[in-house]
Design a protein around this ligand. Structure first.
Ligand SMILES: [Zn+2]
Length: 472
């Protein structure tokens, strides 16, 4: 993560520019086909490919977030191992074997550059077998719900606006256009039995639910400009008139407003209205797969250093009794957006992104800079500030981390930068960039040096735990 180096900055600008292009390319206008998968611990989206007019997805990529997966082929055969389950496919064949059972595919298996693709139609059944769980598929919208994952909502019209209450915290992208406020859910398994709710109200005329291309959307039609406010830890979104309009807007006579032509959504599922999730740290080894990161020396790639360091930090945290999960635990490509989505889906308490650099000395501690303008095209207003609610904890965490580095005699500097995925993570999030301990660049990959840094970070997380917990 070489933000602080002139030589590398160019590289990073290019990476950021490419990421922006990728993000823009996946924006609704481009209409690249997406599948979203929602599990109890993780939710993510994947691209859908077309072969002979049929939709396909890469099976290894689908399974990766759920556990250890590996695959390989010889000739036309392709075998995949997921945890203790095995699946076998044949290039161009309809017959496969999954978890010891014969399984017929609705269209032939495709093997492309050693990547096994299965028909999307069959994926819910394949996952139900491989993960031994319930799979519910909203085919038209390409949204797959595993293990009963579902977030429901109710609406409550009150004086001055509308409250939308969800059965679990949500993190939609909020956008506005004249007369309309839209909440787009890509990571949240928001479902509804109702599609449109018409209201007799001076401020809001209707609320419509729809789902399409791996996303769900709630569109609020307003008679005045509206804005959204998050409350109850992300479980409530209040739709209220935008401030400039608040005075001129006619007063909302809540008691008299009654919905007409109503299809009322079912009440929230109570089991998901649980207390605070457990204290878990997500370790995000920067780069990976196609993105090798900085070339630290002729033989040392950043992606390998960050992974080794993340594993070391994981065992260090575990030895302090703290649960740690990884955004990647192999040399694989994981888009930054997906890393944030994984952290949010797992509702982690702390997110630590790890990078390495060849320049400078010691360690740099980054926190997200929220107020930097993120310009999006068109009239959309970005709501790109998941970190905004975590200002105190991430600052405190960064300070404590820096203090621990001091105790361990590791030189460190603290910086803020508008970093992905830090800005999008709804947890106390920091990034740590490890620079060499001395003149030897190879020291960034040295076990003893990494161990000292990992020990300091783990102790800092132990020290800041109660503070982080208090603000969740
Ligand atoms: Zn990096």
């Amino acid at each position: 993560m070489p933000w602080s180096e002139r030589r590398r900055r160019t590289n990073h600008t290019v990476v950021v520019a490419i990421l922006l292009l990728v993000l823009l390319a996946s924006a609704p206008s481009a209409e690249e086909k997406q599948l979203s998968i929602y599990g109890p611990r993780v939710s993510y989206s994947l691209p859908v490919s077309e072969y002979n007019g049929q939709d396909y997805v890469a099976l290894l990529e689908v399974l990766e977030p759920f556990g250890n997966v590996s695959a390989g082929g010889d000739g036309n055969g392709w075998k995949l191992h997921f945890n203790n389950v095995e699946a076998e496919f044949q290039q161009g064949g309809n017959l496969s074997k999954i978890a010891g059972q014969k399984f017929g595919l609705p269209s032939p298996f495709v093997l492309e550059n050693n990547r096994g693709l299965v028909p999307l139609h069959a994926l819910p059944a394949i996952l139900a077998l491989m993960l031994a769980t319930k799979a519910e598929y909203h085919e038209a919208a390409r949204r797959l719900f595993l293990g009963g994952a579902a977030t429901r909502f109710t609406t409550d019209l009150r004086e001055g606006g509308l409250s939308v209450k969800f059965s679990a915290p949500v993190d939609p992208l909020i956008s506005t256009e004249p007369g309309k406020l839209k909440m787009t859910f890509t990571r949240d398994p928001v479902v509804s039995n109702a599609y449109i709710l018409r209201l007799e109200n001076p401020l809001i005329s209707s609320v419509a639910f729809s789902e399409n291309n791996g996303r769900a959307e709630l569109a609020v039609q307003g008679k005045v400009p509206l804005l959204a406010q998050f409350a109850a830890g992300g479980k409530t979104i209040d739709i209220v008139p935008a401030p400039s309009q608040a005075q001129s807007a006619p007063p909302a006579a809540a008691p008299e407003t009654t919905p007409v032509a109503v299809a009322v959504p079912p009440p929230p599922t109570l089991q998901s209205l649980t207390a605070k999730p457990p204290f878990v740290v997500m370790l995000d080894a920067g780069h990976g797969g196609d993105d090798r990161g900085a070339l630290l020396s002729e033989t040392l790639e950043e992606k390998g250093v960050t992974l080794a360091f993340a594993r070391r930090l994981r065992s260090e945290l575990q030895s302090h009794g703290i649960s740690a999960v990884m955004s990647r635990d192999a040399d694989v490509t994981v888009p930054v957006e997906q890393r944030a989505a994984m952290a949010d889906a797992a509702r982690v308490a702390v997110f630590v992104s790890l990078h390495a650099a060849s320049q400078g000395r010691g360690v740099r501690v980054y926190t997200a800079m929220i107020n930097s303008a993120t310009n999006m095209p068109g009239s959309f207003v970005p709501w790109d500030t998941a970190q905004a609610g975590h200002v105190l904890t991430r600052r405190a965490l960064a300070d404590i981390v820096k203090a621990e580095f001091g105790k361990h005699e590791i030189p460190s500097t603290e910086l803020s930068a508008p970093l992905k995925p830090l800005n999008n993570v709804a947890a106390a999030a920091i990034a740590i960039e490890v620079a060499p301990s001395g003149a030897d660049v190879g020291s960034v990959n040295a076990g003893v040096y990494q161990q000292r840094i990992a020990a300091a970070i783990a102790e800092a997380i132990v020290v800041s735990r109660s503070r982080v917990e208090a603000e969740r």
